[in-house]
Design a protein. Structure first.
Lengths: 153, 197
């Protein structure tokens, strides 16, 4: 009886650890440990992150598409392309942008999805030439992401 | 006020130059931020040409011009009228002594060459080779000195303008607009890269 009481916390800890490792990340990326978000990075500084926001205004995807694109354009980003995208059957929207970082040009990808009153945002960025090496992997990962499984909280 | 002070300093340097016996080399380096570097390069090259000068190098990072020293002020005014000058290094170097030394050396070497020629004419066949070798070496040195003198005289005649183009990049820290939707204020390349540090 005493032993089983000690085993439960260990099992719970292992379960939580297992949850954290279940984050889906693109090939070539290493995960950040001890974060409640899915964060990953490559050795050459291409970053990837999945975030969740409460969809307070209750806007649908069509609404957020326009809001996001307008906001990013107004902020000074150069819009390279925008298209519809799917994350494991959840429809979403993908915006590809360019922006200067110091003396380099960066690619910045944002994709958004609405699911269960939440707004999921997947971001990725890196120096333009380096990013090109990982872009396909990133898009494949977005397509296969189970949004609800990306968070431990 | 700042522009007047800048202009006064420039005129003061020109005055110093004029009292330095006129044997001075002018180097004027300016940093400007043109919106269109091709257009700026074209305008500057054209102006130099109008002032009887020319450009020696030109790229999208800057242009180097040679302008008659007497028209330095005209070129300076043209740059100031068309672009904001962010930084300027104006230097006037007195090269009179350098010219004098080069001329003295040249005269001495030319006299020596004449002497070699005289020896060569009078010498026996066995010593001809040695004199001829020394003479050849001396001719090379004389040519080099003549070239150096030409260059120095050219530096007196033409002021050099090195105009560097600085291109403003907005920087991601300034790429931000406020939104009434809180989550939109949470995204952006600066935040992403900052959070992933």
């Amino acid at each position: 009886m005493m032993v089983s009481r000690m085993v439960y916390p260990v099992l719970i800890a292992l379960f939580l650890l297992g949850c954290e490792r279940a984050y889906v990340k693109p090939d070539g990326f290493a995960p950040y440990l001890n974060t409640y978000e899915n964060r990953a990075v490559t050795p050459d500084r291409v970053v990837y992150r999945v975030r969740k926001f409460e969809n307070k205004k209750g806007g649908d995807l069509a609404f957020w598409k326009v809001a996001l694109k307008t906001h990013m354009k107004d902020s000074g980003y150069i819009i390279l392309s925008d298209e519809d995208v799917v994350a494991k059957e959840t429809p979403g929207y993908l915006l590809k942008m360019a922006a200067p970082v110091a003396n380099q040009d960066y690619i910045y990808l944002i994709s958004i999805f609405i699911k269960d009153d939440n707004l999921y945002v997947i971001e990725s960025a890196g120096e333009i030439n380096v990013f090109a090496k990982y872009e396909r992997n990133i898009l494949q990962t977005i397509n296969s992401t189970d949004l609800r499984g990306q968070f431990t909280n | 006020m700042k522009k007047n002070l800048h202009h006064f300093s420039f005129l003061l340097l020109l005055f110093i130059q004029s009292i330095a016996h006129g044997q001075t080399a002018i180097n004027n380096e300016l940093n400007i931020k043109p919106g269109n570097v091709d257009d700026a390069g074209e305008k500057l090259a054209h102006k130099a040409s109008m002032l009887d000068g020319y450009f020696t190098t030109r790229s999208n990072t800057g242009i180097t011009l040679k302008v008659p020293a007497t028209k330095t002020t005209d070129m300076q005014q043209f740059v100031e009228e068309n672009w904001r000058v962010y930084q300027q290094i104006y230097s006037v170097k007195d090269i009179g002594i350098e010219i004098l030394q080069a001329r003295s050396k040249l005269t001495a070497k030319e006299e020596l060459l004449d002497e070699y020629q005289r020896i060569l004419n009078e010498s026996k066949s066995s010593s001809i080779i040695k004199v001829s070798t020394a003479q050849s070496k001396l001719v090379g040195e004389i040519e080099e000195l003549r070239g150096r003198l030409n260059l120095l005289n050219h530096q007196i005649k033409y002021a050099q303008f090195t105009i560097n183009f600085t291109i403003d990049r907005p920087g991601i820290e300034n790429m931000r607009s406020r939104s009434s939707f809180p989550w939109l204020n949470e995204i952006g390349l600066d935040r992403l890269l900052g959070d992933m540090e």
